[in-house]
Design a protein. Structure first.
Length: 67
């Protein structure tokens, strides 16, 4: 588990937005409503919940500082 600042990866950011799997699910209308991630994959939901509480994004930090 990561604690502290997340290191951004431009390559991962782009590949997540342009993946074939994402396009198929999006176009087929198989998306779940927001907040229902625990129904589809409870282990991933729990991991992401802890990860997001123990780490922070550098871009969000910069956004708050520059306001």
């Amino acid at each position: 588990m990561k604690f502290g600042m997340r290191i951004p990866s431009l390559k991962k950011r782009i590949s997540a937005r342009t993946s074939i799997k994402r396009q198929i699910v999006h176009r087929a209308g198989l998306k779940m409503p927001k907040g229902y991630g625990w129904v589809r994959n409870p282990e991933k939901y729990l991991y992401n919940k802890v990860y997001n509480k123990t780490s922070f994004d550098i871009f969000k930090l910069l956004k708050k500082l520059l306001k």
